[in-house]
Structures are given as structure tokens and as C-alpha cells.
Design a protein around this ligand. Sequence first.
Ligand code: HAM
Length: 413
Amino acid sequence: MSAIQKIKGFADLFPEDARSFTHMEAKARDVFGRFGFGELRTPVLERTELFAKGIGEETDVVGKEMYTFTDRGDRSLTLRPEATAGVLRAAIEAGAIEPGRATRLYTFGPMFRYERPQKGRMRQFHQINAELLGSPEPQADVEVILMLEDFLSSLGIADLCFELNSLGCRECRPDYRAALTAYFEALDHEKLCEDCKRRMHTNPLRVLDCKVPACKALVADAPAIGDHLCTGCRDHFSAVLALVDKAGLKYTLNPRLVRGLDYYQRTTFEVTSGAIGSQTAVAGGGRYDGLVQLLGGPDAPGVGFACGMERLAMLMQKPEAPRPDFFLAVTDTREGSQAVDAAVLLAHKLHRRGMSGECDYSAGSMKSRLRHAGRIKARKCYIIGAEEFDSGQVTVKDMEDGEQIKLDLAAFD
Ligand code: HAM
């Protein structure tokens, strides 16, 4: 019978890869914790309407990429395609958002999008996500951008590019959308891809972000959002840029940066790398004033970001496996010998003393076991052979200097 295989676009993480993820999570906890962020864990499954409302019906994520199904109680549920909507739902439901006071939350976990899998693009991927709720000030935008920079540099990832833009607000964006639609209508818009022919009316900003070469060429001279911002948005963005300048962050202004989710207002940003193939965005985020209210909460603004852990893992140096303190080999193969029992009990005592290591009671040769102990870089090799077992002892070989001593098993009690 052929073995059952994993689903396309989903991955198993064995210890070597899982270690990178654990390392990222530890760094995020450390950095975010120092900024006063607390960890929140939310369910992977939410009501479909949360994402339809929060992310926007016209986005690719909601329109084509969600894992949605009807449960046995006839409810439409969706595996979360991102974390922000769920974090806000949880914070609103728990009454954790107090107007006038900042709430800082971070979360990690798997997200699900039915995209075409390729290098750096999975159907189940993992995000590290942070949200700062309740602060309308441009300083809050800068705080999260600087926290993201600190986190990425704590991972030792270099050569990243921060791209910044402002998407305006409910006041000025309609004017910009109208200008964009007028621009596309005046062009030979038959040359746009099928999606963009629709988007130029439903969501013209998304045309700016289309990867199809013909669309890219047509948007080259499209109006820029910067020329359409209202005074409030212009002042806000100027304050953000002035402060990131003061902080010494290097960035580029990208007036074509639109992001794939409809909730953004004002500041948006992406962090890209040229070293991981065509999926260059390792993190993205921005301000989403109005979203908390749209989801039934108080009038509290918000700003945040998410990093893609699979993409960060490709850029990071893999953390080394921790060195075990011991490797314990049983070489007493006599029929009826209790040496294996003694070894398991000894390993248990060593573990209780805080030491790490594994017990090997396989039938391999001593040479191959020592080779294995060397490969996993064990500091000491403990050996219980027939002679040791009969005398109630264990041989301890120091793997660095090769020195060997015998210790009484009773000494570990
Ligand atoms: P996003 O740009 O859709 O934003 O996703 C953030 C990051 O998740 C991307 O930059 C990328 O690294 C990673 N990512 C997205 N899709 C995939 C995929 N299919 N495979 C692998 N990695 C992927 C958000 O999700 C927003 N919720 C971010 C945010 C938080 N904005 C405000 N607060």
C-alpha cells in the first residue's frame, strides 16, 4: 500500500528546520517583550465573515485564497489567512481595547492561503505578527517599524530593504481611486490582464501591484498617491518619515506599494530581500484605523506588521543543534542481562539532574555508536557493558580529551 502523503503547499518541519522557527519565536518574544508587547494566541478557525469584512471582499485573499467550509452546524468557517482580523476580534471580544490607552499584542502561528505554491510561497505558512492598538500618533507607526527592524537584526539578517508609502484615508483615497480609474480608462485598457480589467473599477489600487508585465508597463505613469493625500495624511506621513530619519533607519519610498489587504490607511510598509527568489516580501504591515470599529469594537486606531517565518528561515543562518551532555550506550548483549534497565534508569537520573542526552540500546557496534556520539557532539559517552553491569559501574569517556573513568552507578542515586 502506498504511504499517505502531505497536502500540496503544506510542509513538515523536522528538528533541523523547526529549530529555526523556535529561534525566531524566542527572539520575537525577547524583542517584542522589551517593547511592552504581550503574547496572544487565537484560534486558527474563525467565522468567514470576520475575514470577508475585515480584509475586504475584493482582495485576492478573500476572493480566491481562503480555505472556507461549512461545519456540521451549518456555519461558514475559514482557516485564518492572516492574524490581524483574529487578534482584533479577540481583543474586542475580551474588552481589551481601552480608548486612549495603547494595547500591544503579538502572536505566532500557521496561516492558510490557497495560493500557487512555489519557493517561499506555501498554502500553510507561519507568521510572527504584532499589533499596537489605540494610538493614532505617527510615533506609533515608527515604534512598530523600529521594533520590526530590531527583530530582524536580532536574527542576523542583513541586506533588507524597508519600503514605505502612505495609502491615504477614507477622506482622500476615493479621490485617488477616481484619478486612477480615469487614468486606466483613458489608456488602452484592453491590454490589462483579465483581473486588472475588473480591478480598475472595483479596486484600482491593486492594479498598481499586478505582476503581469503588460499591466506593469501600463501603470508606469499612473498618478501617484502622494499627490492626492489630504493635509492630515500628508502631515502624518511627513512626521513618520522625519522620525524614521532621526532613528537612522534606511528606507525607500515606494508610491506603488499598495499591499494585498483592504484595511490599510495611511502608513504602509514592506520589508523585502533580493536573496530568496521571486517572493521577496519577508514582512509587511501598516496602519488600519477604522478596522476595530468595522469589526464592532470601539473607535480605536491600530498599526502592526507580520513577518513570514518560512521566508525569514531562508535568510537566517540555521541555529546549531544543542550539544547533548551525554550519550549512553549499552554494550552488554548477554541474554537475560538487566543492563538495558540499568541504562534507562541511569539516563533518567541524569535527565533529572538537568543533563541532556539519549540512551542507545540498539545492537550496533561500539565503533558505530561512538561515531554517532561524535556526530551529535555529545560531551561524554557513558557505556554500560557486561563488565560494568556486573560491577555496578558505568564507564564515562570524555569525548573531548578521550579520558576514561569508571563511576559507581549508585553514585547517581
Ligand atoms: P501580508 O503582507 O499578507 O500581511 O503577509 C505578511 C507576510 O507573510 C508576507 O510579507 C510574507 O512574508 C508572508 N506570507 C504571506 N503569504 C505567504 C505565503 N503564501 N507563503 C509564505 N509566506 C507568506 C498580513 O498578513 C497582515 N496581516 C500584516 C499586518 C499585521 N498588517 C498589520 N498588522
